[in-house]
Every structure is written in structure tokens, then in C-alpha cells.
Design a protein around this ligand. Structure first.
Ligand code: UDX
Length: 433
């Protein structure tokens, strides 16, 4: 018989917490997961999730007997010594990370020398040290998450690296966390708490920088008739640069990049350091979404009274997450210019409804495109590649498409009768201003 697996506690069953709980259960650990929302705990206990994450429902169903969901912190503390804190840390009005949820969790824990807090929530560097000062009897390990929405289960099970930060005297807790991740085979980076916290913030800031960089290159490519896809391919073969996160488009979004880049900028600013590069990265991303409106105006002149269709609303495919989605800024800007906006997304429409109440939410791409003067592809959902674009062209008032993700085949679109323009690609049929 195999050795008994270490019980795991998870505090905060949002997206990170639920994926973490399900994956540790899949690895054979008994998992107790606690959330303060009784409705959430009840529905998870019934086996129902509200999160769209490929593979997650199967893991939860397969490991149901190893998973306990509860609102009761005492039940969790009795069940597990390693407590993974996965509560959210949204930005405050000042842009700093809001640590109030983290703080209220810490107040409920027992500083009995028996439990270890394993911080998965993204917190400013220095948080670990301040919690340790306040709760000397509680071991503290920083173990940031690097999961991507849409591939979170796969990312958890096949990590590039697992970062485990602990300070002197707390190696025992860090060893226990490392043992949980060892079967997954990724490189385990053992370091101090403050460095672990910085690794998380710096990684997200660097990825956001990479995207803003290629978006600026795309904008220059448009001026010199170069193709950003070719430029990225040629750059990416340099091992020092690498091919990933060099896809130009309408900018990054999601729950992490916006929040974490601002949090890092503020963290630096709070100690008197002006992180200039990061300020530019954030500005470029804001402008990148707005450039699409300028592109449309080059074709249509004033947008007042026109109908523009948005294809895709989620911040990226394979998720219904609308946080910081480019579609939100685009819809608002287009409406600000007097356009009527219709939109279609295979799964995010429900979440989008309250966020863009004046946008007409269609139940198919063709319905959104019907009578439109232009379309913008915002999210690269695979079904858009399969769409009958000839039929789409015949239904639109003007078959004009701005491909915000350089996702579709320009030549096929033009053969179907479209005026087509991507981001930083010379196939654009651009009208000079
Ligand atoms: C990100 C980090 O990748 C992950 O490590 C961290 O834990 C959470 O934040 P996620 O927000 O799920 O993950 O999305 P990601 O796949 O990184 O994409 C973020 C945004 O960048 C999306 O809007 C995507 O469309 C955009 N993007 C990504 C580009 O515009 N170009 C690229 O080359 C890559």
C-alpha cells in the first residue's frame, strides 16, 4: 500500500484555489478547501462549478471523495497543516494590492507552531516578512502561482518551475511544500520569501513588457510595410529572446497582468523608485486597444451611426473571463464615437452582459455581423477560423475586418470579399489618411 499522502488545506476557492485543490486531490492528497461564501461551498460540494477551465470539472468529479469544501476555518485547521492561501488581492484605489482578504485570513489562523501558511496569492514583496512579524508562531512559505487561464490544469501538472520561498528557520515547512510538488518534475527554485514574491511580480511584468514591446514593433512595421509575424519569428529563434509572448494584437488583459504591473510600479514608487519602463508598458497597452478605433476611422470616416461587430469578448480564448478584456475598452470607445456595437463570444456573453449593457449580444458570429459596417476580431476563438466568411461578407453592409489578433488568413478573407487589416502586417488594405 502506498504511504499516506500529506493532507492539504486551501483557503479561498476562486480560480487559483479551485485549480490548486483539484490538482492536489488528483495527486492523491486529501484536500480541505475553505471559502467564506456558503453558496459557493454548497455548489462545489454538490459537484457544480461556475468556472470555465478545461479539465477542471473532470478532476473535481474524479477526486470528489478526496475533496471537502467548507466554510469552517476550524475544520480546515484540524484537517491540514499546510494551508495554501489563494484569496484575491485586487488593486485598491491607490493601485497598491489590497491585502485586506489576506489579513483577515491570517487573523483566523492558529499560531501554534503546527501550521504553515503557504502564500499563493500575489502579494507585494515584503508581505511575508510583515505577516511573520505579526504571527511569530506561524511558519510562512511563499509559493507563487504561474498558471495561465485556459491551461491551468495542464500548467499545474507540468510546471516550468515551482518557486518556494522561506526564510531561515522555516526550512521544514518549505521541504513539506517541495515534497508536494516533486512528483510533477518541474525545477524547484528554493529561495528567500522576498525574492519569491519578486519572482512572481517580475515574471508577469516581463511577460507584459514582451507583449507591449512586440505591439510597438507592430506599429512601426505598419509604417515601413514589414510583417510583425515575420519579425517575431526571426527574433524568437534567438535563444536569448525565445518565441513565446511575441504575438502582436490589441493588447494584453486578464486578471493578472494589469493588476500586477500596476502593483509592481506602486511597490517601487512607494519606496521612491520610479519604474519608468513599466509605466511605458502599461501606456502602450492602453493605446494599443484604442488604435483599432483609429484604424476603423481611416475606412469609415466618422463612426457615428455605423454598426461595428466585435468577434470575441473574453480576454483570451478558452476562458469566459472578462477581467481587463480589450473588448471592454473597445466597446466603450466605439460607443463613445457614436457607433452601435454588436458582439458575439462563444462563452463569455453571460459575464459580459452586466459589463456592457448597451452592446447587443448576439448568439452567433453571423448574427453579430448582420448589417455591420465593420467587424473587429478581438479574441482568437478557433470557431472564427471555421466561419463561412463569404456568407459573412454577403450579410455585412461593408465587409471590412480588423483582425486584432492576426488570427485569420488574410488572403482567404480578401478572396471572400473582405477589406482586411491586421496589426503590423503588410497584407493590410490600408487607405492612406
Ligand atoms: C498570466 C500569466 O501568463 C500567468 O503566469 C499568471 O499566473 C497569470 O497571468 P493569464 O492571465 O491566464 O496568465 O493569460 P496569458 O496567457 O498570459 O495572456 C495574457 C494576455 O496577453 C491575454 O490577453 C493574451 O491575449 C495576451 N497575449 C499573450 C498577447 O497579446 N500576446 C502574446 O504573445 C501572449
Amino acid at each position: 500500500m502506498s504511504a499516506e499522502k500529506q493532507p492539504v488545506g486551501v483557503i479561498g476557492v476562486g480560480w487559483v484555489g479551485l485549480v490548486t485543490a483539484a490538482c492536489f486531490a488528483e495527486l492523491g492528497h486529501p484536500v480541505t478547501a475553505r471559502d467564506i461564501l456558503p453558496e459557493k461551498v454548497e455548489s462545489l460540494s454538490r459537484g457544480e462549478t461556475t468556472i470555465h477551465e478545461p479539465g477542471l470539472d473532470e478532476l473535481l468529479a474524479r477526486n470528489a471523495e478526496r475533496l471537502t469544501f467548507t466554510t469552517d476555518m476550524e475544520e480546515l485547521l484540524d484537517a491540514a497543516r499546510l494551508l495554501f492561501v489563494c484569496v484575491d488581492t485586487p488593486p485598491t484605489v491607490s493601485g497598491d494590492a489590497d491585502l485586506s482578504r489576506v489579513r483577515s485570513v491570517v487573523e483566523e489562523l492558529r499560531a501554534d507552531g503546527d501550521h504553515a501558511l503557504v502564500m499563493k496569492s500575489t502579494v507585494p514583496a515584503g508581505t511575508g516578512n510583515s505577516i511573520r512579524r505579526d504571527m511569530p508562531g506561524l511558519s510562512y512559505v511563499s509559493c507563487p502561482e504561474f498558471l495561465k487561464e485556459g491551461t491551468a490544469v495542464k500548467d499545474f501538472m507540468n510546471p516550468d518551475r515551482v518557486v518556494i520561498g522561506a526564510d531561515p528557520g522555516e526550512e521544514g515547512a518549505a521541504d513539506a511544500v517541495a515534497a508536494l510538488y516533486e512528483p510533477l518534475g518541474g525545477e524547484i527554485v528554493r529561495t528567500d520569501v522576498a525574492s519569491a514574491e519578486m519572482i512572481k511580480l517580475a515574471s508577469n511584468a516581463f511577460l507584459a513588457t514582451k507583449i507591449s514591446f512586440i505591439n510597438e514593433i507592430a506599429n512601426v512595421c505598419e509604417e515601413v510595410d514589414a510583417d510583425v509575424g515575420e519579425v517575431a519569428r526571426g527574433m524568437g529563434l534567438d535563444e536569448r529572446i525565445g518565441p513565446k509572448f511575441l504575438k502582436a494584437g490589441v493588447g494584453w488583459g486578464g486578471s493578472c497582468f494589469g493588476k500586477d504591473t500596476i502593483a509592481l510600479k506602486k511597490l517601487a514608487g512607494n519606496s521612491g523608485y520610479h519604474f519608468q519602463l513599466l509605466s511605458a508598458v502599461i501606456d502602450v497597452n492602453e493605446l494599443q486597444k484604442r488604435r483599432v478605433v483609429q484604424k476603423l476611422k481611416r475606412y469609415l470616416g466618422s463612426l457615428a451611426g455605423s454598426k461595428v461587430a466585435l468577434l470575441g469578448l473574453a480576454f483570451k480564448p478558452d476562458t469566459d473571463d472578462m477581467r481587463d478584456a480589450a473588448s471592454l475598452v473597445l466597446a466603450a470607445r466605439l460607443e463613445g464615437e457614436g457607433a452601435k456595437v454588436a458582439a458575439y463570444d462563444p462563452i463569455a456573453a453571460e459575464r459580459a452582459r452586466g459589463l456592457m449593457p448597451t452592446v447587443e449580444l448576439a448568439t452567433s458570429a453571423l448574427e453579430a455581423l448582420d448589417g455591420a459596417d465593420a467587424a473587429v476580431l478581438v479574441t482568437e476563438w478557433p470557431e472564427f477560423a471555421e466561419l463561412d466568411w463569404s456568407e459573412a461578407a454577403s450579410q455585412m453592409a461593408r465587409p471590412l475586418l480588423i483582425d486584432g489578433r492576426n488570427f485569420l488568413d488574410a488572403r482567404s478573407l480578401m478572396a471572400a470579399g473582405f477589406e482586411y487589416e491586421g496589426i503590423g502586417v503588410p497584407t493590410a488594405v490600408r487607405q492612406e489618411a
